[in-house]
Design a binder for this molecule. Structure first.
Ligand code: TTP
Ligand code: CA
Length: 362
């Protein structure tokens, strides 16, 4: 399954500021040079109808929307990160493995969960869409397929608020009519080059031999295009531990609303988290508990620590406090699963790897 939130930053802004709901919304990255200089980060679907797109200058977006009552809001990345974290936590418990690929996209391996039944997977996707709507008031688009590339292309196919399920026997009939630029990684350059080979659709791409493709695009991209055009992709969904947070979740022996009955599990989870932090040489700035109730709704409650820490005791004490507070505040809540999350991570030692250094300095 590939889950992609629709016009993500714009939906976050609409929820944070209901007065802009229903209007064209443009999320802006102001450069600060002049009052209006900067670029559009994203726009909601109402604004897109007027031609507003990510990357265009704010001044141009204002021109396109000059005849309508549109909202231009500055980007608030930290807030979107928080919403994203909660959504990813919700998705994580719905699948066998989750691979987050960006702030608003993830692959979910649901092979075992749905027992390789695509109708069950469809129902799971409907359930996820409903849950994100109830919990965060956001819509997403989901693609379901027998592999990652097909699922990713499918999620893009009926945006916004879409759901496209492609069964194994439907893969080629689904892919073949589509233009080649639907393949992830095929940008304007690759598309132009393919046009010179009279290739515009994925069906036409699939008629090229592997040797022609590898000669034209090199071994790596050539083989990728060859496989993808046939709907072949065997890349596994791989968990990518987010460097900004670690979490551990487990199911309680029995559903409960007694804090004491969660303590043993919270101790184990805190220990495992503390071990992970030490292994990575990291500390966390805040600790959160994740509470999944008997109706499978997910709730989190977090607390900032006085100073960054990695000790098991600090995590454990905070988690136990938080679960007590949560149960006191939610009188109806019955816990099914509990989790502990450490976020605001930072290295206690200096940078250890060059790619991280490049990422943070650019
Ligand atoms: P996308 O998933 O590419 O776009 P989106 O979620 O806004 O819209 P869609 O419904 O088409 O999926 O990117 C996710 C977020 O990343 C987006 O909300 C804003 C941000 N972003 C930028 O800041 N600049 C960009 O150029 C792009 C493409 C995205
Ligand atoms: Ca998106």
């Amino acid at each position: 399954m590939h889950v992609d939130l629709d016009s993500f930053y714009a939906q976050c802004e609409e929820n944070a500021n209901p007065s802009i709901k229903g209007k064209p919304v443009v999320v802006c990255v102001y450069s600060g040079r002049t009052e209006e200089s900067g670029a559009v980060s994203t726009a909601n679907y109402q604004a897109r109808k007027y031609g507003v797109r990510a990357g265009i200058p704010i001044v141009r977006a204002k021109k396109l929307l000059e005849s309508v009552d549109a909202a231009f809001v500055p980007m608030n990345h930290q807030y979107y990160e928080e919403v994203s974290e909660r959504i990813i936590d919700t998705l994580r418990v719905q699948c066998d493995t989750l691979e987050q690929t960006s702030i608003d996209e993830a692959f979910l391996d649901v092979t075992r969960r749905c027992d390789v039944n695509f109708e069950t997977a469809r129902e799971m996707a409907i359930e996820i869409k409903q849950q994100l709507r109830t919990q965060e008031n956001v819509t997403c688009s989901i693609g379901v397929g027998p592999n990652k590339v097909t699922a990713k292309i499918a999620s893009d196919q009926s945006k916004p608020d879409g759901l496209v399920v492609v069964k194994p026997e439907e893969v080629t009939s689904f892919l073949f009519p589509l233009p080649v630029n639907r393949i992830p990684g095929v940008g304007v350059k690759a598309e132009e080059k393919l046009a010179t080979l009279q290739v515009a659709t994925i069906a036409q791409l699939s008629s090229l031999s592997k040797s022609v493709l590898t000669e034209t695009y090199g071994k790596s991209l050539g083989s990728y295009l060859y496989g993808t055009s046939r709907g072949e992709d065997d890349e596994p969904v791989k968990e990518r531990e987010q460097p900004t947070q670690f979490s551990r979740i487990a199911t309680l022996k029995q559903n409960t609303r007694l804090p004491e009955e969660t303590f043993k599990l919270l101790t184990e989870l805190s220990q495992s988290l503390a071990d992970r932090l030490k292994q990575e040489g990291m500390t966390c700035k805040s600790v959160a508990i994740i509470a999944i109730l008997t109706d499978l709704s997910l709730h989190t409650k977090s607390r900032s620590l006085e100073a960054p820490a990695s000790s098991e005791q600090m995590i454990e004490t905070t988690a136990k406090d938080l679960i007590q507070e949560f149960l006191e505040a939610n009188r109806e809540a019955f816990l099914r699963r509990v989790g502990v999350k450490a976020s605001g991570l930072s290295k206690t030692t200096g940078q250890t790897n060059i790619s991280k250094f490049l990422n943070t300095s650019l």
